[in-house]
Design a protein around this ligand. Structure first.
Ligand SMILES: [Zn+2]
Length: 63
């Protein structure tokens, strides 16, 4: 079974929901196949991170 965390071999975005043990706040990070990455902590920040990731994907229209 694959690890849920994003790695260079498994690019994508991963978001932790709040309430998980050790994660009282939502956190997220992403790693693109092009090497771009980002991370955020907090509801607003994670939402912005997801938007950023989706917007970033549109820069890869030709791939
Ligand atoms: Zn990219």
């Amino acid at each position: 079974m694959a690890d849920t965390w994003v790695t260079p071999d498994n690019p994508g975005i991963h978001v932790y929901a709040p309430g998980w043990p050790g994660a009282p706040e939502p956190t997220g990070d992403y790693l693109c196949h092009c090497g771009a990455s980002g991370e955020a902590t907090g509801p607003t920040e994670v939402k912005a991170l997801v938007s950023e990731y989706l917007a970033h994907q549109t820069t890869h229209k030709d791939r």
